[in-house]
Design a protein around this ligand. Structure first.
Ligand SMILES: Cc1cc2nc3c(=O)[nH]c(=O)nc-3n(C[C@H](O)[C@H](O)[C@H](O)COP(=O)(O)O)c2cc1C
Length: 193
């Protein structure tokens, strides 16, 4: 099984990257091959809306680092997408990444869709300063639904809250919880959300 992680935070060693990498660690311990990406290392431009991905046979024509992600995603069984909550929503980096999936993912959006893309597993992980993990629940449920429309099999949507003054890494109880979410990707059955 191949699992790729994408941390859509400008802080390469921040909370979101830590959460994504802990989840990948759990998957790796169960035998998954893992690869981790950070938006801070990559140049990923916004979708141009040119719809070239619908006209030709080449997929997205923007020649940037998203091409490497498309290639990795095509081979992957699961994606761990992490984003900090910015102004009550996913970060701009996460939104750009999501818009760029338009070229690739669902048959309703892409002529390049292949049956084997159906049901790729997704863990959507958020980190936030607000201590109430339910504070942005309406947005989080909406976003989960949007990824389900893109035909991802959304396995878990962890929200790590209360990160105003402490880092995720300092919260020792989170280590096992995040690794367990990763190992559930490899296991037959997903845990309760
Ligand atoms: C521009 C900006 C906007 C933010 N907006 C929110 C917010 O609306 N709600 C919240 O709870 N935390 C908010 N935060 C806090 C971050 O979500 C939180 O610190 C997160 O864990 C940062 O992740 P990182 O360490 O990966 O950068 C914001 C932080 C920044 C920099």
């Amino acid at each position: 099984m191949k699992v790729i992680g994408y941390s859509a935070s400008p802080r390469k060693e921040g909370n979101t990257a830590w959460v994504v990498n802990k989840i990948l660690e759990g998957a790796h311990e169960q035998g998954a091959e893992t690869q981790s990406w950070s938006s801070s290392d990559l140049e990923i431009k916004p979708c141009r809306g040119c719809l070239a991905c619908h006209k030709g046979a080449r997929g997205c024509v923007i020649n940037d680092d998203m091409q490497d992600i498309y290639a990795a995603l095509a081979q992957a069984d699961a994606l761990v997408l992490g984003s900090p909550i910015y102004m009550g929503q996913m970060s701009g980096q996460a939104k750009i990444f999501t818009d760029r999936l338009f070229a690739q993912i669902s048959p309703r959006f892409s002529p390049h869709y292949k049956e084997e893309n159906a049901g790729k597993k997704l863990i959507l992980a958020f980190t936030q300063g607000n201590p109430d993990p339910g504070r942005f629940q309406v947005y989080i449920d909406y976003t989960k639904h949007m990824f389900q429309l893109l035909e991802f099999d959304v396995i878990a949507v962890p929200v790590v809250a209360g990160l105003r003054t402490e880092s995720a890494q300092e919260r020792t109880e989170l280590h096992a919880v995040m690794k367990e979410i990763g190992s559930s990707l490899v296991a037959e059955r997903a845990p309760e959300e």
